[in-house]
Design a protein around this ligand. Structure first.
Ligand SMILES: Cc1ncc(COP(=O)(O)O)c(C=O)c1O
Length: 352
């Protein structure tokens, strides 16, 4: 008999199997690959990679570049295999037996899984009907539980709610433990909480290249935090954990991030257009969103999912997840994709 770690068998599996979707709007990816100018530079750089060496200089350059763009020092930045790894390691670093980590629910489903993996008690705070975070209730729960770590996803996945920066500062000031702001979708929303880092040493910000910068395949994310936090958190990592191909690609993408402004603006405009069109459909409730996706609710969500899937359109369903019953999440695609998605949804809702 195989003698696995206690609790491992009970852990949920994050299902990443995919069908061959014609239109894939189920994972909040960018619908667009690298901009041509960026691709040219990336390919040229990849041809000069020293494959025989462990990556060192490349990751240092990326850290330095990111730090400079925020007016921080290299010691305030740590890189990860996607922000997933950053979050997982933070749960490990602040967690452990007898510790608690607080996060809103519904939010990014992996928080619960990372808490379990870190053998830490996850304390979800139920968001109200409109999914807006009540800062006072959040602070109260964090304090009452003496949470080692509190997490706020901003804008929140999958609900799309955005919390203004002042409110983040207010929460950081009121709680004793560490506060992680998961800003995976912040480019579509507004201002990052990163400017508050100098003011609150308990504040940490996780960012990713996977969404607005369309680099999901490379798996690059980063943490901005106080130097003392980075010093501790890096102990949780393997040496050279970020591979050189991802590091140099992210380095060029970040240097050329102005190339991404038009597409981020396009996604924001399309989000608004889709929100308005979908809001007009009988039987469908659409939530306002500050991210690159829209959450919709309908009593017929399960059937709608099937109808879309039959047309090759992959959206995200949440099964029986608490407070997400009858909900579907659609990432914002290109204009053409969105038109097809809208047509398919409106046909279904009208019984056509
Ligand atoms: C809220 C949130 N945080 C973090 C991640 C992880 O992204 P990545 O590991 O690609 O940076 C995701 C991915 O969907 C997300 O939705």
């Amino acid at each position: 008999m195989m003698n696995f770690r206690a609790g491992l068998a009970d852990r949920p599996t994050y299902d990443t199997t995919e069908r061959d979707w014609q239109i894939k709007v189920n994972a909040n990816e960018s619908p667009l690959n690298l901009p041509p100018l960026v691709e040219e530079r990336v390919m040229a750089r990849l041809s000069r990679v020293a494959f025989n060496r462990y990556p060192n200089e490349e990751t240092t350059l990326l850290r330095r570049q990111i730090a400079q763009s925020y007016g921080l020092s290299e010691e305030n930045v740590w890189l990860g295999n996607g922000s997933s790894e950053i979050i997982e390691k933070l749960f490990f670093a602040f967690g452990g037996q007898g510790k608690k980590i607080v996060y809103p629910a519904p939010s990014f489903s992996m928080y619960e899984i990372y808490a379990q993996a870190a053998e830490t008690e996850g304390v979800p705070i139920a968001l109200p009907g409109d999914y807006r975070l009540d800062a006072e209730a959040f602070i109260k729960t964090v304090q009452e539980n003496r949470a080692a770590l509190a997490v706020v996803c901003n804008p929140n996945n999958p609900t799309g709610n955005y919390i203004p920066r002042e409110e983040i500062g207010y929460i950081a000031a009121k709680i004793d433990g560490a506060l992680l702001i998961d800003e995976a979708y912040i480019e579509f929303a507004g201002e990052s909480a990163s400017v508050l880092l100098g003011k609150y040493s308990n504040l940490m910000v996780a960012r990713t290249f996977s969404k607005a910068y369309g680099l999901a395949a490379c798996r690059v994310g980063y943490l901005l935090a106080d130097r003392a936090v980075i010093d501790m958190v890096q102990k949780a990592y393997m040496p050279y954990s970020l591979n050189v191909l991802s590091a140099v690609t992210a380095d060029i993408v970040y240097q050329m991030r102005d190339e991404y402004r038009p597409r981020i603006d396009m996604i924001i405009a399309e989000r608004q257009r889709m929100f308005e069109r979908l809001s007009g459909l009988e039987g469908l409730n659409v939530f306002p969103s500050a991210a690159n996706f829209l959450l919709c609710q309908s009593a017929r969500a399960a059937k709608l999912y099937e109808a879309l899937a039959a047309q090759g359109i992959g959206v995200r369903s949440f099964g029986n997840a608490v407070r997400l019953e009858n909900a579907l999440r659609l990432s914002v695609g290109t204009r053409e994709e969105n038109d097809r998605i809208f047509q398919a949804i409106s046909d279904f809702m009208a019984g056509r």
